[in-house]
Design a protein around this ligand. Structure first.
Ligand code: SF4
Ligand code: SF4
Length: 476
């Protein structure tokens, strides 16, 4: 027993394991011991990375607010109309018939996310996630502007309701609501098209009550998320954050505290003599928008926002120590001083990604402009004509994925016979079209009771699609 406790003490003395000696929590940082919300008041970040992230966010915001207005041949460049099941990516229209491409696209994206995360951790969360961009770069900045930095915000919260508190809270609510309303307009613009949103504004709410209701619902959701829910989206809602535990390894680059260099931490006077570089100033903790201490290691809550890197670099500058006590690094960078490696795991994911990308490219290149589905009309068997020929009635469902009207001609490809169309096949642009037709075969051409028939769809004499159907005949 004595030996064992001595071993434990030795282990804690070991510099590599010094961080284990820190108190570690087993609950989410934003939930108090009583199970209540720990509201975070992060200090306003400042530093090179914060400024760089701000510039990135300006680009994203300009893109977000301008893309709905960019059109290709009169259609938006991007549209995610789930209601009408119409999707446009980079000007290309996709329909539910393209589900296979969509599924492969999603799979490719998933593998890309895995590969990216294994290599760079949650870089996306800090630098490109819309939640972080809107929260940290839009709403948080408005909040600092209205309520001041973290200490003033804390004071305001603790203060009894008076004129100042009412004015500031009201201003914040109005500002947050207006920005949420603006975002909701554009968000809806990505779903139904910005023209329809504009039409609603011109023609009035009552005519477009459904659209207006959706707009209000989105506005309240955004308002709720950015006013109150905030970092909880990343901690308890976002599935990507939860995946980190299984995706990261010792070679993944994350925002990390160099505990080899920093520990044992101590006050500035002690550091100069014998201890590590961390002066226990808590600057890195004060700026963290998810309320964690990065010195406890990689944690579920860390969105890699880099605020703690900036804060610690400023402190290191101040005490004449090299920057980078908190930096982008892997566990192996820190413990073994190893350079970032292209590991077998990364190679494997890269290989799978390459395969999927090639497959996706083939699918996109060979994607048909028209998709057709031919089915024998339900309840109909076959008809014997007076001249001895046999006919079958079919329904054809067509989807025109292009932006022009298509006139189609139907031809039998593998058997001699006749097609009698009930209507001309003129499929309007970006639409579905349905009609019926007869296939009539001479008796001597029918060899079996069930014959597979290939039907070619021709536009201007050029075959653009071939589809199959079954022809039924009386028993021979
Ligand atoms: S900011 Fe740097 S020095 Fe200060 S507590 Fe954090 S890691 Fe230590
Ligand atoms: S630990 Fe650092 S990088 Fe992670 S969320 Fe907090 S401040 Fe951002």
């Amino acid at each position: 027993m004595e030996d064992n406790s001595q071993n434990i003490k030795d282990k804690y003395k070991d510099k590599d394991n010094a961080r284990l000696s820190q108190d570690f929590r087993d609950a989410v940082g934003t939930i108090s011991k009583e199970g209540k919300r720990n509201y975070i008041f992060p200090q306003k970040p400042n530093g090179k990375l914060y400024h760089l992230r701000s510039y990135f966010s300006y680009v994203y915001l300009v893109l977000f607010f301008s893309l709905p207005f960019i059109k290709i041949e009169g259609e938006p460049m991007f549209l995610f109309n789930v209601l009408e099941r119409k999707f446009i990516f980079f000007g290309q229209v996709f329909w539910p018939q393209d589900f296979f491409i969509f599924a492969i696209g999603l799979l490719t994206f998933l593998v890309f996310v895995i590969l990216f995360t294994v290599a760079f951790g949650r870089l996306f969360c800090g630098w490109a996630c819309p939640q972080t961009i809107f929260m940290e770069m839009v709403f948080r900045k408005i909040e600092y502007w209205i309520e001041g930095d973290h200490n003033q915000q804390r004071k305001l919260k603790a203060m009894a309701w008076n004129a100042e508190k009412i004015r500031k809270r009201l201003t914040k609510i109005i500002a947050f609501f207006l920005v949420s309303f603006l975002i909701a307009n554009f968000f809806l613009g990505y779903i139904i098209g910005i023209d329809r949103v504009g039409l609603m504004i011109q023609e009035g709410i009552m005519i477009h009550f459904g659209v207006f209701s959706s707009l209000l619902i989105f506005t309240f959701i955004f308002f709720f998320v950015y006013y109150w829910f905030r970092e909880q989206v990343c901690l308890i809602v976002c599935p990507y954050g939860r995946l980190q535990g299984v995706l990261l390894d010792r070679n993944s680059i994350v925002v990390a505290y160099d505990y080899i260099r920093g520990e044992p931490r101590g006050k500035l006077s002690e550091v100069k003599e014998t201890k590590g570089d961390c002066i226990n100033c808590s600057a890195c903790v004060r700026v963290c928008p998810t309320g964690i201490d990065i010195r406890n290691g990689t944690q579920l809550e860390c969105v890699n926002c880099t605020a703690c890197i900036d804060a610690c670099d400023a402190i290191m500058d101040h005490i004449d120590k090299p920057k980078g006590l908190i930096r982008y690094a892997s566990e192996n960078n820190i413990t073994k001083k190893e350079q970032t490696k292209y590991t077998w795991r990364l190679k494997l994911y890269s290989g799978v990604l390459l395969l999927l990308l090639s497959f996706l490219a083939v699918l996109l290149i060979t994607r048909d402009d028209v998709s057709a589905r031919v089915l024998r009309t339900p309840g109909q068997m076959y008809q014997k004509l007076p001249d001895g020929r046999v006919s079958n009635l079919y329904n054809i469902k067509l989807a025109n994925k292009t932006r022009k009207l298509i006139h189609l001609e139907l031809k039998l490809e593998n058997i001699e016979g006749e097609i009698n169309l009930i209507n001309h096949v003129n499929v309007p642009a970006e639409s579905y079209y349905q009609t019926s037709f007869f296939i009539i075969l001479k008796k001597d051409k029918i060899k079996k009771r069930k014959t597979e028939i290939k039907i070619g769809l021709y536009e201007d004499g050029e075959r653009i699609e071939t589809t199959k159907a079954m022809f039924l005949a009386p028993a021979l």
